[in-house]
Design a protein around this ligand. Structure first.
Ligand SMILES: *Cc1c(COP(=O)(O)O)cnc(C)c1O
Length: 404
């Protein structure tokens, strides 16, 4: 058996922490009640477990438990926040929505649909060359008709952290709702919906060592209340905002993952930042500091993110040369002519450099041995591709995996 590749794709998903799995197991096997069955012990146990998890998730972001709505993940939380707001504000004809150019598709696509099918005007805020969304850039798009602004807390490709506290203040002063997709930031960097005036915030368990298929939308109830219509109707669960029998084991897992991140997030972050910087330095040193460009903000960046572009090579060849490394690339590896990353393009990277990029995502379980190996593998691959030249056999775009 060959060893599995080194996992450095933690922005795509993370390994479930064994302590999370352990916390979930009893809710599959013994305490399997429906959290709405309040006439017997099975139901009470499930309901108590959900209450506890709601407190754990709320504590991660400084919210009240009653402000947490469980969803299937950040995609659904974003859809509920954006379409739910639009539905609730339906009377407002000619309403205006704002989001950034570097949002995840789970924000861009619902907003594009609202603009295409429901008559909403949509403005896209440009990013600066570091992929950051400034308060001034947001302010320049606001109109009297703006109902909601959505800006992600941290970007999933380049890790750039946005000034969501300041953007939230701007929105609050104008009476505009502020939503933030915090799928990458939650559990990695501190978030506090009290100090930062955020009305709606999406998070998802599988990005911080929780299970897949469970997330939450924070909906402000204190002070100015965020008004939302539901998208999924039925039994009236989650204060009527998201019907459906609660997946108790997943919710327990999300709660445990949130608790672990609250307790260990700061030390995880320190460790990941040190390893991340070591990876960056090692790759550059092994390539004699030639043609390695950082994508993202030099300092306002997630501690587990490193996104690099390499000059003088083709992105597709790069990814194919890295089979012992589980990373993402700016060159989507598909048969049709792949679109380079919209995030890197929005930051002004040319198409070729956008394709010749790698996204490294570290996690709680990343080791220094893996980092040193990864640096060697990347540097050797890049050096080999460069040596063969842009038209050399190892660097042609029509190569298949078998040729390498
Ligand atoms: C992963 C991710 C999502 C989607 O989350 P799911 O829970 O998989 O639906 C949305 N936004 C960002 C920024 C992400 O990184």
């Amino acid at each position: 058996m060959t060893a599995p590749p080194i996992y450095l794709d933690n922005h795509a998903t993370t390994r479930t922490d064994p302590r999370v799995v352990e916390a979930m197991l009893p809710f599959f096997l013994e305490q399997y009640g429906n959290a709405s069955s309040l006439s017997h012990r099975f139901g009470w146990e499930a309901s108590d477990a959900v209450d506890r998890a709601r407190e754990q998730v709320a504590a991660l972001i400084g919210a009240e438990p009653s402000e947490i709505v469980f969803t299937s993940g950040a995609t659904e939380a974003n859809n509920l926040a954006l379409k739910g707001t639009a539905l609730a504000a339906k009377g407002q004809k000619g309403g205006h929505l704002v989001c950034s150019s570097v949002e995840h598709r789970a924000v861009l696509d619902p907003l594009r649909r609202l603009s295409r099918e429901s008559g909403w005007h949509l403005s896209i805020v440009p990013a600066d060359p570091h992929g950051q969304i400034t308060v001034d850039a947001v302010e320049a798009t606001l109109t009297e008709q703006t109902v909601l602004v959505s800006v992600m807390a941290a970007n999933n490709e380049v890790g750039t952290i946005n000034p969501i506290g300041e953007i939230g203040k701007l929105c609050r002063d104008r009476g505009i709702l502020f939503h933030s997709d915090a799928a990458q930031a939650a559990g990695k960097v501190p978030i506090d919906v009290q100090t930062d005036p955020i009305d709606l915030l999406s998070l998802t368990g599988h990005k911080f060592h929780g299970p897949k298929g469970i997330g939450a939308l924070y909906v402000r109830r204190q002070g100015r209340r965020a008004r939302l219509s539901s998208l999924v109707d039925g039994g009236g669960h989650e204060r009527g905002l998201r019907s459906g029998t609660l997946p108790v084991p997943l919710i327990v897992g999300l709660g445990k993952a949130a608790e672990l991140s609250r307790e260990e997030g700061p030390s995880d972050a320190d460790r990941m930042r040190t390893l991340r910087d070591r990876l960056d330095r090692a790759i550059r040193a092994l390539l004699d500091d030639q043609g390695v460009l950082l994508n993202g903000h030099p300092t306002d960046r997630l501690p587990n993110n490193l996104n690099l572009s390499f000059e003088g090579i083709e992105g597709e060849a790069l990814l194919m040369g890295l089979r012992t490394l589980a990373v993402s690339s700016g060159a989507a590896c598909s048969s049709a002519e792949p679109e380079p990353s919209h995030v890197l393009r929005a930051m002004g990277r040319d198409e070729r450099l956008a394709r010749a990029s790698l996204r490294f995502g570290l996690g709680r379980f990343t080791t220094s041995v893996e980092i040193d190996q990864a640096a060697r593998i990347v540097a050797e691959t890049v050096a080999r591709l460069r040596q063969s030249g842009p038209d050399g056999p190892a660097n042609r775009r029509d190569l298949t995996r078998a040729d390498l």
